[in-house]
Ligand binder design. Structure first.
Ligand code: ADP
Ligand code: MG
Length: 244
């Protein structure tokens, strides 16, 4: 991520500089926390990383390709196949069963519903017995695990999570961080949080934002070690999973 700037302009001309020249490097695999107080620019940053919004200037570079050169179709493809999103409010559909929520993510990628794959993913988030349940019968932690399963079924390279434990008690929150940690063995997982203690406990690296700027960066374990453990040595992948 290079030199991202983003200013929001209100109707009456009021300006908020949400990001002011933010750069960062993320590993292919590993868990990176973005820390910062409310209003420091964390969600803006994550949304730009996920292609949900565009910066005023700066670029994200994914496997050597700059977002500055992305076509609209590249952005769609990037969002749909390369990135999985997890939000504080879960954003799962209450009218659909757990299984249908996950199947929908596949169908949105024009993939067939794959019951075996869905069952495997539900098992990996410890929800194998909940496939037929409606989300309103689940606890917050279970709902968040459905949201994580939905992100995982896309088989994306990157998981972006915006305050995924913000609505959870601390014990359930720790379970979610543990699950994200597990996932980060094979994927880049970027988590926005203001929970410094857990960021330092679970994170491979912590980036702290203040007033739209990076004020500190700390690496707990080398990201390349993590990537190598996952059998993903650095360098060029054999194929790009989205149509560049
Ligand atoms: P965080 O996620 O760290 O709480 P945000 O990225 O949401 O911070 O917001 C950074 C700053 O940008 C805040 O001052 C916020 O009020 C402002 N902001 C965020 N989104 C918008 C928007 N859509 N329109 C105007 N201002 C915004
Ligand atoms: Mg936010």
């Amino acid at each position: 991520v290079r030199h991202l700037c983003k200013t929001y302009r209100g109707k009456k001309g009021a300006e908020t500089k949400a990001l002011d020249d933010v750069s960062a490097v993320f590993p292919e695999a590993g868990l990176v926390f973005l820390l910062g107080k409310s209003g420091s620019g964390k969600s803006t940053f994550l949304n730009l990383c996920g292609g949900l919004d565009k910066p005023d200037s700066g670029e994200i570079v994914i496997m050597g390709r700059s977002s500055a050169e992305f076509s609209a179709a590249d952005f769609d493809s990037y969002r749909n196949t390369f990135v999985g999103f997890v939000f504080q409010e879960y954003n799962i559909l209450n009218e659909f069963s757990v299984e249908d929520n996950i199947a929908l993510a596949l169908e949105l990628q024009n993939k067939k519903r794959d019951p075996q794959k869905i069952a495997e993913i539900l098992k990996s988030v410890d929800l194998e017995e909940f496939a037929a349940r409606k989300p309103n019968t689940l606890s917050g932690g279970q709902k968040q695990r459905v949201a994580i399963a939905r992100a995982l079924v896309k088989n994306s390279e990157i998981i972006l999570a915006d305050e995924p434990t913000g609505n959870l008690d601390s014990e359930t929150g720790a379970e979610i961080f543990g699950l994200l940690k597990e996932i980060s063995k094979t994927k880049a997982v970027i988590v926005v949080s203001h929970d410094r203690e857990n960021a330092e406990k679970y994170g491979d690296a912590v980036i702290e934002l203040k007033d739209g700027m990076v004020v500190s960066e700390k690496t707990m374990a080398t990201a390349s070690e993590t990537a190598e453990c996952a059998g993903k040595p650095g360098g060029v992948r054999p194929h790009l999973p989205f149509s560049f």
